[in-house]
Design a protein around this ligand. Structure first.
Ligand SMILES: Nc1ncnc2c1ncn2[C@@H]1O[C@H](COP(=O)(O)OP(=O)(O)OP(=O)(O)O)[C@@H](O)[C@H]1O
Length: 264
């Protein structure tokens, strides 16, 4: 069985007596250390799927196993990084990370060990220099880096990234993508990331999961990205494997599964 086993997951929501089926028959196995991206048109159910894996939503059908254990509530084995940092504004960068670390490691690591672990994770995303600053005093990209440090510091089995770079300008975004690739290479985390950005998906992923449009969205195709690592964006621009993968995702999204508004 796969490390993360998503099996026949479906979900429907009932609002004002009307039921809408958002996901249907979603099955996917992810191996330990894999970097998987989910791409699909707006509203198809990507965040819903991620929230089910996070344990924040309950599937109507099917189920999820992580490392052989059933997922049915949120837990520290699955850390989530959202598009908007979600740091507490009245706490410093270090205190924000400490909140998660204390929750996970209290009783297992001493206070000094926890402090060293927090700083190690801030250093991993090059944010140790701003440890005593508050979120309002740092840039959007820096806040995302703190969010990533906080997630990594929980030592999760699975890192869930919901459009983590979506709100950033192009240059900051590229810088953060490179940093996440480096961290992934160093730590070997298992990553599940939602993105709208085709280049980002191809650059970062081992496989790209392409979703069909809703209602009752499901996985249309899974595209392996057989590019060697480390990957360097400048070298990939003219790489045949890269351009082929990019074209395949674009073709899926804009020809075979165009958003209803685009297909009209
Ligand atoms: N709690 C909920 N109650 C009712 N409907 C919901 C709920 N959560 C999501 N939906 C519906 O499920 C569908 C999928 O939403 P979701 O946010 O998962 O899409 P998405 O693919 O992540 O979209 P985007 O790319 O725009 O973020 C939408 O039609 C949304 O309105």
């Amino acid at each position: 069985m796969a490390y993360l086993d998503i099996s026949d997951v479906g979900i429907s929501f009932t609002r004002s007596g009307k039921t809408s089926e958002v996901l249907q028959g979603v099955s996917l196995g992810i191996e330990q250390g894999e970097y998987i991206s989910i791409i699909g048109h707006s509203g198809c159910g990507k965040s819903t799927l991620l929230n089910i894996v996070a344990g924040l939503l309950k599937a109507s059908t099917g189920g999820i196993l992580l490392d052989g254990k059933e997922v049915n509530s949120p837990g520290p084995d699955r850390a989530v990084v959202f598009q908007n940092h979600s740091l507490l504004p009245w706490l410093t960068v270090r205190e924000n990370v400490a909140l998660a670390v204390d929750k996970v490691f209290r009783g297992r690591k001493s206070k000094a060990e926890r402090r060293a672990w927090i700083d190690e994770n801030l250093a991993l995303v090059n944010m140790l220099h701003a440890a005593d600053k508050r979120p309002a005093e740092i840039s959007g990209g820096m806040k995302q880096r703190v969010g990533i440090a906080r997630a990594l510091a929980m030592e999760p089995k699975l890192l869930l990234l919901d459009e983590p770079f979506g709100a950033l300008d192009a240059l900051t975004r590229a810088h953060l993508q490179d940093q996440v690739m480096e961290i992934h290479a160093r730590l070997g985390n298992t990553m599940l990331m939602i993105t709208h950005d085709v280049d980002e998906a191809v650059l970062l992923s081992d496989r790209i999961v392409m979703m069909t449009n809703g209602p009752a969205a499901t996985i249309g195709e899974v595209l392996p990205i057989p590019l060697e690592r480390p990957r360097r964006r400048l070298e990939l621009v003219e790489d045949a494997v890269y351009t082929h993968a990019r074209a395949a995702v674009l073709e899926f999204l804009y020809a075979r599964h165009a958003a209803p508004a685009l297909a009209a």
